[in-house]
Design a protein around this ligand. Structure first.
Ligand code: SF4
Length: 347
């Protein structure tokens, strides 16, 4: 919901200030699904508001639930017809994490990523990001659960949409609203240095995750074009500034790609790179969803790589993989939708 436009309409209608508070509560705390459920409003006012300000701007196109029921992926259509996706991951404990998109498509062109093949279309507004989270909040409400963390790891590079992403963080953090602690939100970047430095000066304690995938420039530049602008040394210098200023742990995402970044030399390079900062780093090894261009590292080699990192002193774990059966890797559903559209127009 666009709260700026809403405030304007309420003001024009000379509504008392508590009306806005009632709507905010219904939206962010009670997770009501539409204007019809707002029974504290007179019906006439409700109908008028519904006409002027849509409660939701995202339309659900498709939802996929994994056979285990631990992953729910949703393809949304935006008001301009563009498609984005978000994923709910239900951990074995109580944690319920929403992975949301910050852009339609992405300009970063990482070669292992389905979204990277789409190119960049546009930034999402903060309202569109917040609505992805609210959609899952309503979904979980049915079982008495709630969203416990949010990660900006879906489609897009969050630091290329910095202001709207931070507005989303502040909105979700608002203690009188959704009230999600900043420590329960993580921003994942492919390594956009100015964004890392900017985040270091933010008052909110949001987590930072870096999609590293290789500590070796030649390898990283091949799979992540961003490395040509911000090579590994430059990236680490920014990460160290961030750690010095915030004293917060930084998470490094490392997708294991067969014979590309999973060799002995890759483990050693990673240990050298992170070595001075082991206290404040953690490496998440990720199994590759084989969808695009590369082969993932086999299970036994993934275990061996992790063991080697531990021998070298690197704090690392395997990240639990969600939703392999339902195209849950970033951008897969949206790319499939585009392919379907293409097929329809070709035949
Ligand atoms: S991995 Fe992230 S930054 Fe890279 S292309 Fe995909 S969405 Fe963009």
């Amino acid at each position: 919901m666009n709260f700026t436009a809403l405030s304007r309409v309420l003001e024009e209608r000379k509504q008392p200030a508590y009306r806005l508070a009632q709507i905010k509560r219904a939206f962010f705390v009670e997770y009501l699904a539409d204007w019809n459920e707002l029974s504290v409003f007179p019906k006439m006012l409700r109908d008028e508001m519904a006409e002027k300000i849509p409660w939701n701007t995202l339309k659900v196109i498709k939802t996929q639930t994994s056979p285990q029921g631990d992953t729910v992926k949703t393809l949304f259509e935006l008001s301009d017809g563009k498609k984005i996706e978000a994923v709910l991951m239900c951990h074995q404990d109580e944690r319920r994490t929403v992975c949301l998109s910050s852009q339609v498509g992405c300009a970063m062109a990482c070669s292992f990523c389905a979204t990277g093949t789409m190119g960049f279309t546009r930034n999402l507004t903060s309202d569109e990001m917040v609505e992805q989270v609210l959609y899952y909040a309503r979904f979980l409400k049915k079982t008495g659960e709630r969203v416990s963390s949010v990660v900006f790891m879906g489609m897009g590079e969050p630091f290329h949409n910095y202001d709207a992403v931070m507005e989303t963080v502040r909105t979700l953090n608002d203690h009188e609203g959704f009230n999600l602690g900043a420590r329960h939100m993580s921003i994942s970047t492919c390594g956009v240095v100015p964004g890392i430095l900017k985040l270091a000066d933010e008052p909110l304690q949001v987590n930072l995750a870096i999609s590293l995938h290789s500590a070796i420039d030649q390898v990283r530049s091949k799979i992540m074009p961003v490395n040509r602008a911000y090579p590994v040394a430059k990236l680490m210098a920014a990460v160290r500034t961030y750690m010095e200023k915030t004293n917060r742990k930084v998470f490094f995402e490392y997708l294991l790609l067969k014979d590309i970044n999973d060799r002995e030399g890759d483990a050693i390079a990673l240990a050298h790179l992170l070595g001075p900062d082991f206290r404040l780093v953690h490496v998440n090894l990720i199994k590759y969803h084989e969808t695009h261009a590369f082969e993932g590292t086999e299970r036994s080699d993934r275990i061996a790589f992790l063991r080697r990192l531990h021998e070298l002193g690197v704090p690392a774990t395997h990240r639990i993989t969600f939703g392999e059966d339902i195209d849950a890797a970033c951008g897969q559903l949206a790319v499939k939708e585009e392919e379907m559209k293409l097929k329809k127009t070709t035949y």
